[in-house]
Ligand binder design. Structure first.
Ligand code: NAP
Length: 247
């Protein structure tokens, strides 16, 4: 059985390792090639876009893929839509592996917004101060008109223009610790946090640190999954699905 595993997440790497250890299923992991020094999964890896739905459908045919697992980031909505359409066109089973979103708990001051443009509007309504922006290097343009706030931007690779006028850049890659995030909020006098609802443990320490300091958190909601796809929350669910598909 040959499986295309669309990755770029810790779950995808864990799944690739789990399937390899069990044997019997051939996995090709796929990365977009967005970051300069990606964390690579074990096993076979291809890097780069497919060229839209048709390109992906062609790849599935050419490589005689039997099943597709979409374990991409919850905010990678385009590739998820393409995977659903291409798998349907090729008549292949598709499973989406999507970790659950974060849950608000006592003491949190979350402002939920539907997208990053709405996050920028929510920030504009907050008092002047330092906004810790963790939405990724490609989502900064909507904050570029804001001259009132200072921004602490954390990204894996350097961001692209346009950028907020008052910006401190921090190049880093998770996982992060609560102690580290607490020190960061303190040292930069952070007054608000903006994050996508990525879920998972790699980047959740900032939420604990923000709660302890009673900071407002602008939380960008996830885009919806493509219609009619089967989605599971854990790597164990995905390996069970593969077992039944292979059996
Ligand atoms: P996206 O907007 O959904 O996809 C844009 C295009 O990138 C797709 O149309 C596809 O190009 C290509 N692509 C995306 N994921 C791919 C993959 N796994 N393998 C091959 N091609 C892929 O995706 P994105 O938000 O830019 O994210 C890119 C990658 O980074 C994803 O793999 C995702 O898991 C990872 N990531 C994203 C975020 C985030 O916040 N968005 C955070 C962490 C990691 P073609 O149309 O040419 O096929």
């Amino acid at each position: 059985m040959r499986v295309l595993l669309l990755g770029g997440t810790a779950e995808a790497r864990t799944l690739a390792a789990a399937v390899r250890e069990r044997g019997g299923i051939e996995v090709m992991s796929s990365l977009a090639g967005r970051v300069s020094n990606p964390s690579l999964p074990v096993g076979a890896v291809r890097i780069g876009g497919f060229g839209g739905v048709d390109g992906l459908a062609g790849y599935l045919r050419r490589e005689r893929v039997d099943a597709v697992i979409d374990a991409t980031h919850p905010f990678a909505a385009t590739i998820s839509a393409h995977a659903a359409q291409a798998a349907a066109a090729a008549g292949l089973p598709l499973l989406v592996l999507r970790r659950p979103g974060w849950l608000e708990s006592t003491g949190d001051r979350w402002i939920r917004v539907p997208d990053v443009a709405a996050a920028a509007r929510a920030v504009a309504a907050l008092p002047d101060g330092c906004v810790f922006l963790t939405t990724g290097r490609r989502d900064l343009a909507v904050f570029a008109a804001d001259g009132g706030h200072g921004y602490l931007v954390r990204a894996v690779d350097p961001p692209m223009d346009p950028l907020p006028p008052a910006m401190t850049l921090l190049l880093a890659r998770g996982p992060y610790t609560v102690d580290g995030e607490t020190a960061l909020l303190r040292d930069h006098d952070v007054t608000a946090l903006v994050t996508k609802d990525s879920g998972g443990g790699m980047t959740s320490a900032k939420l604990t640190a923000a709660r302890a300091r009673a900071l407002p958190v602008v939380m960008v909601d996830r885009p919806p999954l493509p219609p009619d796809v089967r989605a599971v929350p854990t790597v164990a669910d995905a390996t069970a699905w593969l077992d039944s598909a292979a059996g």
